[in-house]
Design a protein around this ligand. Structure first.
Ligand SMILES: NC(=O)C1=CN([C@@H]2O[C@H](COP(=O)(O)OP(=O)(O)OC[C@H]3O[C@@H](n4cnc5c(N)ncnc54)[C@H](OP(=O)(O)O)[C@@H]3O)[C@@H](O)[C@H]2O)[C@@H](O)CC1
Ligand SMILES: [K+]
Length: 480
């Protein structure tokens, strides 16, 4: 499991560790890891041109000490000081001793344009808001230049705790972060600014503290996925009910069923007006022309994909005493009080637009502040909420505790019907006995991986993604 901790938690752990270590030891650990990552990226350090962008805090100190290490290995290192009076004194002295030079902010843009490597030490976890105006031209020059850009701890200008980006921020090829991932490194939009992320262990002790974010890895998903025992029959493996599709949108039903068939349930039961289309494509589906309440036993329901205006079916499913996944039209049609009143687990799976409608805010607000939005929805509905997107988030019912973040997605998954497949898949995992948080996060993981494996750099349709789920599942259980 990969975890990310809030700045407040990092600060507390940092204080405790600093009290036990000689002064400056932590910064030296950070700088050593940073310099090693820079050297790896440069390939040849000797003779390379390195420009350090140095702000007034310890983030700049890390950059200066790392620059000193690179200068000792023969790099030409120049520090551009944004605030010369307040630059880290020890770091500056170390750089000078190693043969590095110092320039004012006015020379920065020209230096950046000619550099092989730019180290962004403008601001780290002490930052508030986007970049300040004096730092913006340097960030722009770094983006335009052919130099590799390495961010120290975080790309300057992004919010460490939320992943929000207000105004300009540095775009990095690599972020070298210390002690733990920060939430912003795993959540869009900030995640996109970070490039690839390298974690440097500086000895912070965080195991006893609850993280802000958790990201499942292959081994975690492999442990959670259902495995049928020798005694299993279809009912013991779980039956998932799909109440989806309409005369207008029969395809949503077909796609939800296609996901459900690959999610580990022993059988898929379909109720709704698209039974013919479903059976034609997937003859193994149990179809019923009765409503959900009369359809026969299921261990979990999926309701909403392509449901159109069928509020009665949504209400019937929401009243069921088994785990329920509510998606798409179902999110709009479900009575909030009925959802809140449920006692069995509920999993809601909105995309940003649907989440915005439920919260009464703009889509941009949800996309810019995904973590707050998913927690808020989970709190309001007392339900597990899976907020879809390039970094899908899953919040526990009530919105407290660690939020799961999924990073297996690919932008090729932004295709019509892809969400219907995800719903079926997650519903199937719910029926197989996973908790709503596990079902949602494992489904997002498999769905993202299936998208990657199937797309392999080319456009794919939602049905291809569903067909790719078994390969993703095998990849996970075989350890990648
Ligand atoms: N955690 C750990 O264990 C370790 C942490 N370490 C390192 O320390 C870093 C944190 O250092 P920090 O606390 O000195 O804060 P930092 O991020 O340098 O910025 C503060 C300065 O930035 C300024 N500023 C604020 N907002 C701004 C903006 N938007 N745009 C531009 N400037 C802005 C603000 O200026 P002021 O408001 O005072 O004028 C203030 O002076 C951390 O990220 C990591 O790199 C490692 O060395 C070792 C172990
Ligand atoms: K930085």
């Amino acid at each position: 499991m990969r975890t990310a901790y809030s700045v407040e938690t990092v600060r507390t752990a940092e204080r405790e560790l600093m009290a036990r270590l000689p002064e400056g030891a932590l910064m030296q650990r950070a700088a050593a890891g940073l310099a090693a990552a820079c050297a790896d990226l440069l390939g040849r350090v000797y003779g390379s041109r390195v420009v350090l962008l140095v702000g007034s805090g310890d983030n700049g100190g890390d950059a200066l000490y790392a620059g000193a290490r690179l200068a000792r290995r023969g790099a030409g290192v120049t520090a551009v000081l944004l605030n010369p009076e307040r630059a880290h004194a020890g770091g500056l002295a170390a750089l000078r001793r190693a043969g590095g030079t110092v320039a004012g902010a006015g020379q920065g843009e020209g230096l950046v344009a000619r550099a092989d490597l730019v180290v962004d030490g403008i601001v780290g976890i002490g930052g508030k808001g986007g970049l300040r105006p004096e730092a913006v031209p340097l960030a722009v020059a770094a983006e335009r230049s052919r130099a590799a850009v390495v961010a120290v701890d975080l790309p300057s200008g992004v919010d460490a705790d939320t992943g929000e980006v207000r105004g300009a921020a540095v775009r990095a090829d690599l972020t070298v972060t210390f002690g733990t991932h920060k939430p912003g490194l795993l959540i869009d939009p900030a995640r996109e600014y970070a490039g690839s992320v390298r974690l440097v262990d500086i000895g912070l002790e965080l195991e006893a503290v609850p993280p802000e974010l958790e990201a499942l890895q292959h081994a975690d998903v492999a442990r959670l996925l259902p495995v049928p025992g020798a005694e299993s029959d279809k009912y013991r493996r779980g039956v998932v009910g799909i109440a989806a599709g309409s005369a207008r949108y029969p395809g949503a039903a077909v796609l939800a069923v296609s996901g459900a068939l690959r999610g580990g349930a022993g059988a898929v039961r379909y109720v709704g007006p698209a039974a013919d289309a479903v059976i034609a494509r997937f003859p193994e589906t149990l179809v019923s022309d009765q409503g959900p309440a009369k359809a026969g036993r299921v261990q979990a329901w999926v309701v909403g994909p392509g449901a159109g205006e069928d509020a009665a079916t949504v209400a019937e499913v929401v009243a069921a005493d088994v785990p329920v996944l509510i998606d798409a039209d179902g999110l709009r049609l479900a009575e909030p009080a009925a959802v809140r009143g449920r006692t069995a687990p509920t999993l809601m799976t909105p995309h940003a637009g649907e989440a915005a409608a439920l919260l009464g805010v703009s889509r941009e607000e949800v996309e810019g502040g995904r973590l707050a939005a998913v927690r808020e929805l989970a709190g309001r509905y007392g339900a597990v909420v899976l907020l879809k997107g390039s970094t899908t988030l899953v919040a526990s019912a009530g919105g407290q505790g660690a939020v799961r973040v999924n990073a297996t997605g690919t932008s090729w998954l932004a295709t019509a019907g892809s969400g219907d497949v995800l719903s079926g898949l997650a519903g199937s995992l719910l029926a197989a006995g996973l908790s709503a948080v596990d079902a949602g996060s494992c489904a997002a993981y498999l769905h993202g991986l299936a998208g990657r494996l199937t797309a392999d750099g080319a456009p794919v349709g939602a049905h291809d993604v569903a067909a790719g789920v078994p390969a993703a599942w095998r990849d996970v259980v075989r350890g990648g």
